[in-house]
Write a protein that binds this ligand. Structure first.
Ligand code: FAD
Length: 291
């Protein structure tokens, strides 16, 4: 089933995002965690492509493993980094042959060691260009794109960023999945601004429960998301108590998710980082809307 039908047919869509593990042991662990997460009846599962310098070769392999466990739809992320259009087309062909009906179309970031994203000769410059290629090759495929409640860090301005998002949607995206964020007001303002410029596809919050202090620096440096001061203080005050940090993170994510649900979001996309425990605890504590 494609994104359009998934969001049309379900009042609340639960989805999880994985990344391709580097080793066989990592893959075994991932499968074990996916088994746990399947207990929550997600509507689809996605796998990133080259995110944070991870390998790109294993995205389809990872999804194949997930497909062996479940019939729920899966989606491959795809980026423009170091890619020529023919290479992107052949990836789409392989994904289609594997029964993958949904793509998360993303520009990607500069590879490690480089400052800025560079367009490859014969390649694409923006998420929008990738949406256009996918739409022209596969008119019926489901396409999700990224949205930025705190504005994309490289954007000329919040207004320009919003305009480019609108262009991505008009080029054929079915749904917007947001970058992770921790202040719901940022998301709610973003949703309002999208609506004010006529963006009318589902806007799905992406949530990443932070369960230890070490993650904080990584998250802020990777995507610039701001964490609430009270939450940071609570994590810091817990010293080396990793279990206390975990519980604080789960509590924060549960409050955040419950508030988003109360504001009528069409679903939540959990960045599970190949682990199941934190997201499972959040989901157990929530009263998810049902059909
Ligand atoms: P784009 O929509 O291309 O925008 C990038 C910047 O260019 C923005 O500042 C925008 O305002 C500007 N812009 C857009 N169009 C134009 C235009 N026509 N003219 C001028 N400026 C323009 N990274 C990975 O490496 N692998 C993944 O699998 C991955 N998955 C992700 C999934 C989600 C849901 C999200 C939110 C992010 C993901 N990322 C992934 C991170 C992503 O690569 C970065 O956030 C990246 O910097 C932006 O990608 P994009 O497609 O959203 O950007």
């Amino acid at each position: 089933m494609t994104f359009k039908n998934i969001y049309r047919n379900n009042p609340f869509v639960l989805s999880f995002e994985l990344f391709p593990p580097k080793t066989d042991k990592g893959m075994d662990k991932l499968i074990e965690n996916v088994r746990q997460l399947l207990n929550f009846d997600p509507h689809f599962i996605t796998c990133t492509y080259g995110a944070g310098g991870s390998t790109r070769d294993k995205t389809l392999d990872t999804l194949e493993q997930v497909q062996a466990l479940t019939d729920i739809p899966v989606a491959s992320h795809l980026t423009c980094v170091n890619a020529i259009v023919d290479g992107l087309k052949s990836y789409l062909e392989r994904a289609a042959a594997q029964g993958i009906e949904n793509i998360v179309a993303i520009r990607g970031d500069a590879p490690e060691g480089e400052d800025q994203f560079q367009t490859t000769d014969g390649g694409l410059s923006y998420g929008e260009d990738l949406v256009k290629v996918i739409r022209s090759e596969y008119p019926n495929v489901g396409i999700a794109v990224g949205g930025y409640p705190e504005t994309h860090p490289e954007a000329e301005s919040p207004e320009a960023d919003l305009q480019h998002l609108k262009e991505k949607v008009e080029s054929g995206a079915d749904v917007i999945i947001t970058q992770l964020f921790y202040n719901n007001d940022d998301f709610l303002r973003f949703r309002e601004r999208c609506s004010s410029v006529g963006i009318d596809v589902p806007i799905v919050p992406g949530l990443l429960p932070v369960t230890n202090f070490k993650q904080v620096k990584r998250i802020t440096s990777l995507c610039g998301a701001e964490l609430p001061k009270d939450f940071l203080n609570a994590l810091e005050n817990s010293g080396d108590d990793t279990e206390a940090q975990f519980n604080i993170g789960v509590e924060q994510a549960t409050h955040q998710a419950a508030d988003l649900i109360a504001h009528g979001v069409p679903g939540i996309h959990f960045y599970v980082l190949n682990k199941s425990r934190a997201t499972s605890e959040v989901l157990r504590a929530l009263d998810l809307p049902s059909a």
